[in-house]
Design a protein around this ligand. Structure first.
Ligand code: ACO
Length: 322
């Protein structure tokens, strides 16, 4: 399996740190120093499914294939306006195709999980030609916008990749390591369900609740462990890698992983400055930016790593072959 096309789509509304400080007790200086984020793009009048479909169309075009060559759509998503059907079904409707679809929720690690499950699916179903993996996220709809601890961190966006499964001799997904530890209380969001005549539980709608320090600690630990496991399985070292595409949650997390492996900062790509944390879309948005500006070259060795609520994490070693 190999990545043959990428696409992304972002909301038009840019929200700067200074804009946040008009209604929150925060400052550009605090946010930049603690997170590396200067601005983020936030959904206003757009629908998430429109961003997802736009990203998907761009990825299909970049792959040089047609829609009818896609055999399954997988969508990674944490929250969107539909509880059911899955966002992948809505994407299929709007693209105008008829294939199996499924959603997966591995929080911000969804792209790595999606890649690994697509890889496994392609090995079992040998007649599958291309898989469309879309990551579409609007985390800003889960925030309490009066909570400065959380709402400054996130932005919205969508990205997609086309995975070609036809070249069985040349598999570019070299190694993947997925991990999980139970830590639900460190980061969660509970949705509002309808009352029933039988419900006696107290209603407890809670905007996203996060223990930032716990997440920071678990994120750095998990990323070191996942990436190290991938290196060991593949028989390579950090020196062999051309670029690291890590989940864009906090520049300090990225820097601590870079320091841990003792690798030059130029190898650690980032766009967190202008997008913030776009959940599972962050790694494929970054990949699409790098693909489109010509920075990714055939044969380059990439490490992708992401983590999210759960606590779940994963890393993938991929050779760029496009
Ligand atoms: N502006 C100003 N002050 C703030 C802000 C803000 N936006 N947010 C918090 N503070 C205050 C706190 O209230 C605290 O004040 P106090 O000392 O008076 O109590 C002070 O700043 C320091 O807070 P800390 O929690 O120590 O700050 P820290 O350096 O840990 O940075 C942060 C906080 C940015 C949240 C960091 O812990 C972090 O990035 N954690 C990881 C979060 C993350 O990645 N979440 C998502 C991952 S999973 C996924 O992607 C879905």
């Amino acid at each position: 399996m190999k990545i043959i096309g990428t696409g992304s789509s972002l909301p038009k509304k840019v929200v700067t740190n200074d804009m946040l400080s008009t209604f929150l007790d925060t400052s550009d200086e605090w946010i930049v120093t603690r997170t590396g984020i200067s601005s983020r793009k936030v959904i206003s009048d757009e629908r998430l499914e429109d961003l997802a479909v736009d990203a998907a169309r761009k990825a299909i075009e970049d792959a040089g294939i047609t829609l009818d060559e896609i055999d399954i759509i997988i969508c990674s998503n944490v929250v969107n306006e539909f509880v059911t059907p899955g966002l992948s079904c809505v994407i299929q409707r709007d693209l105008g195709t008829k294939v199996p679809t499924m959603d997966l929720n591995a929080a911000c690690a969804g792209f790595i999980y999606g890649l690994d499950f697509a890889h496994g699916y392609s090995m079992v179903h040998k007649d599958v030609r291309n898989i469309l993996l879309v990551c579409a996220e609007e985390p800003t709809r889960m925030m309490n916008w009066a909570d400065r601890n959380v709402c400054v961190l996130f932005g919205d966006g969508a990205a997609a990749v086309v995975l070609d499964c036809t070249d069985k001799e040349n598999d570019c997904i070299k190694e993947v390591k997925l991990s999980g530890v139970p830590a639900v209380e460190s980061l969660y969001y509970k949705r509002n369900l309808e009352p029933t005549p039988f419900i006696t539980k107290e209603k407890e709608p809670v905007p996203i609740t996060m223990n930032g320090r716990d997440i920071f600690r678990m994120a750095t630990r998990a990323a070191f462990a996942d990436i190290t496991a991938v290196f060991e399985k593949a028989g390579i070292t950090a020196e062999d890698i051309d670029y690291f595409l890590l989940h864009q949650a906090n520049i300090r997390i990225i820097e601590s992983i870079q320091n841990h492996f003792g690798i030059s900062p130029e190898k650690f790509l980032h766009n967190i400055e202008h997008l913030g944390n776009t959940s599972s879309a962050s790694v494929p948005i970054l990949m699409d930016e790098m693909n489109r500006c010509g920075r990714l070259k055939k044969g380059q060795k990439l490490i992708m790593s992401a983590f999210g609520a759960g606590f779940v994490s994963g890393a993938a070693y991929v050779v760029w072959d496009k």
